[in-house]
Write a protein that binds this ligand. Sequence first.
Ligand code: NAD
Length: 420
Amino acid sequence: MTHPRTGLWFIGARGGVAATATLGLLALEQGHAGHWQTSDGPVRKVPPARDQVGLVTAIPQFAALDFVPWRNLVVGGHDVRACHIADAALTLVHNGAIKLSLVDEFMDSLNQIESNIELGALFNSGQAIERLAAVEPTRRTARETVESIKRDLRSFARDEELERVVVVNLASTEPPTDVADLPERWEELEKLLDANGCPLRASSLYAIAALDLGMPYINFTPSLGASLPAIEELAVLRGTCHAGQDGKTGETLLKSVLAPMFAARNLEVMSWVGHNIFGNLDGLVLNDPANKAAKMQSKDQLVGQILGYDPQTLVSIEYIRSLGDWKTAWDHIHFRGFLGTPMTLQFTWQGCDSLLAAPLVLDLVRFVELSHRLGEVGVLSHLGSFFKQPLGLAEHDFSRQFSLLCDWAERHASPQSRRS
Ligand SMILES: NC(=O)c1ccc[n+]([C@@H]2O[C@H](COP(=O)([O-])OP(=O)(O)OC[C@H]3O[C@@H](n4cnc5c(N)ncnc54)[C@H](O)[C@@H]3O)[C@@H](O)[C@H]2O)c1
């Protein structure tokens, strides 16, 4: 079947994850990607070809879904730094994450994509992000900021002749937003957009702009974005969908796999300590205590939620510049076994942050685009396995989250997933 052109709008388009996702997409579009081989009989498991490694949408469980082809995706975005998307890609080359030849091969396409990147907005974004930016914090009201974001999104859709646009938040992590006094209904929250001192931050204004235009929105960051009842209501009112929050790519992914094992074997976890060190731009922003607080909240909750009791936990995140995009997490889990004997599990996870995140971003775009095409509205809770703080889902056990996704896929296997 034919698919229309679909826009992919990255907020934070010149950042590490966005640049990696963009380059990955260009490689996939060129048909470098291999395939899981299928035959008339059962799916035959062969190792995924190199370009498909890390892509969840390439595994057999999702082979019957009618995903938008890579070549139909058109990239644009917002950023607040005055650089070129290729600069972020070259930083990854410098860090040893990707090869220079990949950047060279797609330089023309990167230049073209750069012309689709607009200057974004700072709004209560905090000093750590303001220090990076080429724009001054806006003097506009929240409503004027939302309207300006909408203009950019509309122009992108019109100029590129796109049937739909999926908006993905890949911007730097903002400090936590105080949500205690925020109204629960959209009708009330909307009035705040005109107020002096509107407490919402940029991530929520981007979410409001996208959802108000009926565009699906994905929040891959710990920033608040659409995670407010009033903004979720807006999504439903406009008949669109959203998913979030904070991509689960490394240490937290392992926590969501290992904690259920301790629970199932009735081993008592007494303490779980996780130290994370890395040195990319995201790490620099998270080095600010205000921004770090949002990430810590996101990483520290799930162990107690999975176990059903609260062991002592500690998460640390430190910026070590020399490590660049290479994150090391060292976790120490102290647990008690039979007859009360204490034991220890330790693991070290060393991964390239952007390369862990980028394929999941592309997967999420495909899943969310399909949900939108199928007319699904509101929070897409079946995508919980992708997130540290899954919206609309109280389940943190990775295998159960993944089963939900597989169940959803079974229900929507082609031909039911054909375009409406
Ligand atoms: N890499 C991972 O494994 C991973 C996992 C989960 C979540 N995340 C989150 O994804 C986000 C992106 O990570 P990254 O490594 O690409 O970070 P990055 O610092 O390389 O990129 C962030 C980009 O966002 C831009 N930006 C900041 N505020 C903006 C605004 N208001 N409007 C538009 N652009 C803005 C910055 O200029 C920068 O280019 C971060 O929030 C990070 O915490 C990353």
